[in-house]
Design a protein around this ligand. Structure first.
Ligand SMILES: Cc1cc2nc3c(=O)[nH]c(=O)nc-3n(C[C@H](O)[C@H](O)[C@H](O)COP(=O)(O)OP(=O)(O)OC[C@H]3O[C@@H](n4cnc5c(N)ncnc54)[C@H](O)[C@@H]3O)c2cc1C
Ligand SMILES: NC(=O)c1ccc[n+]([C@@H]2O[C@H](COP(=O)([O-])OP(=O)(O)OC[C@H]3O[C@@H](n4cnc5c(N)ncnc54)[C@H](OP(=O)(O)O)[C@@H]3O)[C@@H](O)[C@H]2O)c1
Length: 276
């Protein structure tokens, strides 16, 4: 697949929203022909925990809102909200959402929920963030959250895509962290970024599951094998990915937790369905 350089469109002064629950698009970046990110104004009343998701969408042809679940990719302290999205060619929402431009309105229901939050994990030494594709989105929020580095000695971000261009949003985000005035110093020496591809040449290859089960990632990063006393994990990918990673983590002795019962790992689907 050949990709053009990411195209960004930004607005300095968003206009006022018109519809109830409407927010104004302030920036759009197209990363590949199937991935884009965008930023919108943030409702003053919206409080959320980094890692949570909300329902967003557009007005449907029938006059009813067409809404889908989306992880908030920006951290809880950010003045705006960021989202990282797939473009499904015939997807009811994203076939239209992919054409949004700065100044357009989207609908955002301000009721954040989700399990990929710090509160759902018991205290630990290392935090593993394990994702494929747009499953990176909740971790884009958590990687920019100071609490992530206050709570853990080491943070390991594993992200796997088929092709190199699909890693670019995550790569640029991670690269921006060390220079970030808020968390730059906290990140230094703590964050290990481990991106891999499965269907294109790259310096690191292979599925997250294979790199964990073979022990390659532990050897590459000089870390001990995962264990329930020290390691915590958050998982976000396709259903098949989540199922396979869960089995592996349980094999390392970690147990799945929830908001109501914090344990050693938590899981959330990056999307519902088997594939496009
Ligand atoms: C908790 C949760 C959080 C989510 N967060 C995000 C997010 O941050 N970013 C995002 O792009 N999507 C996210 N999704 C998926 C999102 O809700 C929609 O499915 C997606 O926007 C496509 O909408 P659609 O109406 O165009 O197509 P849909 O009818 O919703 O989906 C059509 C098909 O496209 C495939 N598909 C849908 N979403 C994806 C995806 N993200 N990656 C690969 N294949 C996909 C599936 O096979 C699905 O059956 C999330 C879903 C859940 C359940
Ligand atoms: N990515 C593209 O360029 C592209 C283009 C057009 C259409 N699509 C379609 O879009 C849908 C989603 O594609 P996607 O690439 O976003 O997601 P995906 O198929 O879930 O793959 C994303 C990454 O996760 C890996 N993976 C998949 N299942 C796994 C599992 N059970 N355990 C561990 N790792 C796993 C894949 O490795 P493997 O490569 O080893 O499977 C790949 O590196 C698919 O139906 C696809 O046909 C994709």
């Amino acid at each position: 697949m050949t990709e053009a350089a990411p195209m960004t469109d930004t607005a300095e002064r968003p206009a006022k929203p018109h519809l109830p629950d409407a927010q104004i698009v302030t920036a759009v970046t197209h990363w590949t022909d199937r991935l884009f990110s965008f930023r919108v104004t943030r409702p003053r009343s919206l409080r959320f925990r980094s890692g949570e998701f909300v329902m967003i969408g557009l007005m449907g042809d029938t006059g009813k809102p067409l809404l889908r679940a989306y992880s908030i990719a920006s951290p809880a302290w950010d003045e705006e909200l960021e989202f990282y999205s797939i473009k499904v060619p015939d997807g009811p929402l994203t076939s239209r959402l992919q054409h949004i431009q700065v100044g357009d309105e989207i609908i955002l229901r301000p009721k954040p929920v989700g399990t990929l939050v710090h509160d759902a994990l018991l205290p630990g030494k290392r935090l593993w963030l394990l994702s494929t594709g747009t499953g990176f989105a909740p971790f884009a929020s958590l990687l920019r959250e100071p609490e992530t580095y206050e709570k853990y000695d080491q943070v390991i971000m594993m992200h796997t895509c088929r092709e190199v261009a699909e890693l670019e949003y995550g790569r640029q985000l991670v690269a921006s962290l060390e220079g970030d005035p808020l968390i730059g110093e906290m990140v230094a020496g703590k964050l290990h970024y481990y991106p891999t591809t499965t269907r294109e040449e790259f310096h690191h290859r292979g599925r997250v599951t294979d790199n964990l089960s073979s022990g390659k990632v532990f050897a590459d990063l000089g870390l001990p094998k995962m264990n329930p006393a020290e390691d915590r994990a958050m998982v976000c990918g396709s259903l098949a990915f989540n199922v396979d990673v869960k089995t592996l983590l349980e094999g390392f002795g970690l147990r799945e937790g929830a908001n109501s019962e914090p344990k050693e790992f938590v899981v959330e689907k990056a999307f519902v369905g088997d594939g496009i």
